[in-house]
Design a protein around this ligand. Structure first.
Ligand code: ZN
Length: 111
């Protein structure tokens, strides 16, 4: 996975050593939630664009377009937020916490 995986102090091998990515998972969840919320509350642009496109078919099309635009904004925000949160979390795990675990013998150690 990474070229900078440290060796397990017990086994002396890096083959089974993985980064303990707790912050990465938390970051992904928080980022996704925040991104979804931001996307949901800032969907006026998407909703407006959807409404304009949908208004080719008056009334019904406008309503569907606004709903679709709003939903797309929330979904896009969720994925964008997840990606950002995931990267921030991984950065914290890799460069600040630096906690590793060997899956072969179960040893946990700091880099
Ligand atoms: Zn080990």
């Amino acid at each position: 996975m990474s070229e900078e995986t440290p060796k397990c102090p017990s086994c002396g091998s890096s083959d089974h050593v993985v980064l303990v990515n707790a912050s990465q998972k938390i970051g992904t969840a928080i980022g996704g939630a925040a991104g979804g919320a931001v996307g949901y509350y800032s969907t006026s642009a998407g909703a407006t664009a959807g409404g304009i496109i949908g208004s080719v078919i008056p009334v019904v099309g406008t309503g569907i377009g606004v709903l679709t635009g709003g939903l797309a904004g929330a979904v896009a925000g969720f994925f964008a937020g997840s990606a950002v949160g995931n990267q921030i979390g991984e950065h914290i795990d890799r460069h600040i916490i630096c906690e590793w675990r060997c899956n072969l013998c179960g040893t946990e150690f700091d880099k």
